[in-house]
Design a protein around this ligand. Structure first.
Ligand code: AMP
Ligand code: ZN
Length: 307
């Protein structure tokens, strides 16, 4: 498939070109730009294609708001592993006098955040998290398959157009017997590669690890690689040497089933796995591969996204 784009990679240049072509809208927030209608159209069309490809599996769709109970963040161990990425929601609980002080401090250009207190919610860092607590007790025979799409938040401000603080993940979550879950993950890895290659993206897959915090985190990451618990599908977007992960596959083993107490129909230990397409990253990878105007993209790509 012929590519209309050059094979040069330049983070600032790519960002500037995306703005110049009206695809993204700067907001002054690093990793928090707006998306134009054309950008959104590509993103939604890709998501629709995923829905069509996955249709025979009959996944159950769920939709959650982009906030989670603080308690759930604690239960899944997010603050033990990724405190640097967390986003916490605070609000004002004070009286009239405190409200006047808040307002006066802001207008005087002083700091005011210490007048806020924590709420019961945090921002969702992975679209699949709200799904696990919905499983309880014994699962049906054959387990369950769920799909979600959500905005997620990660505190990793950056000028790279592919590294956002808020972005969307389309996820599938499989729960069942260990061999069922692994077979599902392996099949989707091939399916994902075929789907993305079919869209003219020069993808490859590799074992991967999560950005666990600190020195202890290095061991967790090494262990994750040793056990081949995480795979990614990568494609060059802003660098040839360091391709960007556009889809991730995670096998959590019994991490979530142990925490939320669900088991297989025969009372054996349930495993979970999820896969997530980073929808903004897929959109940017398509733009990088085929050009800033989707009307000029190769016909075989357009036919799949705009059927
Ligand atoms: P993860 O849960 O970290 O494996 O992320 C799932 C998918 O979300 C990745 O494969 C990426 O496509 C996407 N993703 C992760 N972090 C970011 C980010 N900071 N900005 C945009 N997309 C991201
Ligand atoms: Zn997930």
């Amino acid at each position: 498939m012929q590519s209309t784009q050059s094979n040069t990679y330049d983070i600032d240049g790519f960002y500037a070109d995306l703005v110049r072509h009206g695809l993204i809208i700067p907001t002054g927030i690093q990793g928090g730009y707006g998306r134009s209608q054309v950008f959104e159209d590509i993103l939604r069309r890709f998501n629709d294609l995923v829905t069509r490809v996955a249709e025979p599996d009959g996944a159950e769709e769920m939709m959650f708001p982009p906030i989670l109970p603080r308690k759930l963040i604690e239960t899944v161990g997010y603050m033990d592993n990724f405190p640097q990425l967390a986003g916490s929601v605070h609000s004002f609980y004070g009286n009239d006098a405190k409200a006047r002080e808040l307002s006066a401090r802001i207008h005087a250009g002083e700091r005011w955040e210490d007048l806020l207190d924590i709420t019961e919610v945090m921002l969702t860092p992975a679209a699949c998290y709200p799904v696990y607590p919905t499983f309880s007790g014994l699962l049906p025979n054959g387990g369950r398959l769920v799909t979600v799409l959500n905005w997620v938040y990660r505190h990793e401000p950056s000028d790279e157009p592919t590294r956002l603080q808020a972005f969307r993940m389309r996820e599938f979550i499989r729960v069942g017997k260990p061999d069922e879950v692994v077979a599902w993950r392996d099949a989707w890895l091939q399916r994902g590669l075929t789907l993305l290659k079919g869209l003219g993206l020069p993808v490859q897959s590799d074992v991967a690890s999560d950005p666990f915090f600190g020195r202890a985190g290095k061991m967790m990451a090494a262990n994750q690689v040793d056990q081949r618990l995480k795979f990614e599908i990568l494609v060059p977007v802003i660098s040839a040497e360091k391709p960007t992960a556009i889809c991730s596959f995670n096998w959590h083993q019994d991490h979530f089933s142990a925490k939320f107490g669900f088991r297989n129909a025969d009372d054996s230990v349930a495993h979970t796995a999820c896969l997530g397409f980073g929808l903004e990253r897929v959109t940017l990878a398509l733009i990088k591969a085929h050009g800033f105007d989707p009307k000029t993209w190769p016909q075989e790509v357009r036919a799949q996204l705009w059927p």
